[in-house]
Design a protein around this ligand. Structure first.
Ligand SMILES: [Zn+2]
Length: 135
């Protein structure tokens, strides 16, 4: 969990090395998102606006039987985490629910890196199962 917390801290401080940032540094030639191959990869695109990410958020929340804010409306990671809905569960249920956005974000990052650097395309269904095992 420490690794995930550090990653979220990096997101909140704009330090995640998405392709748009690597282009700015002259490291990459293309900034196209590896998950959808349609749009430039920015932090908001990769984790919230990408059709692949939207499908994942939708699948995970559907599986958990809950609704959450629409990821296409996310304007900042901080706002997304702060506005994550509070639910009236048991203490254990609340603890699990609070982990969901962190698990989804971390899993998106891992799936993206697997696809980009290891040529492994897990597909959203397999990533969803990984997330449910994580939480
Ligand atoms: Zn995309």
């Amino acid at each position: 969990m420490l690794k995930v917390k550090f990653f979220i801290w990096c997101m909140l401080h704009g330090k995640v090395q998405t392709r748009d940032k690597l282009i700015q540094k002259g490291i990459l030639i293309t900034s196209i998102c590896p998950m959808c191959n349609q749009v430039n990869e920015t932090m908001l695109h990769l984790f919230f606006h990408c059709v692949w990410a939207q499908e994942l958020w939708g699948d995970v929340l559907y599986t958990l039987g809950r609704e959450a804010p629409n990821p296409t409306r996310c304007v900042s990671v901080e706002k997304w985490l702060l506005e994550w809905p509070q639910l009236h569960f048991s203490d254990f249920g609340k603890a699990v629910w609070k982990v969901v956005p962190y698990a989804v974000i971390w899993s998106i990052w891992r799936a993206r890196n697997d696809k980009l650097f290891r040529n492994i395309d897990k597909g959203s269904e397999r990533v969803r199962m990984t997330i449910l095992g994580f939480i």
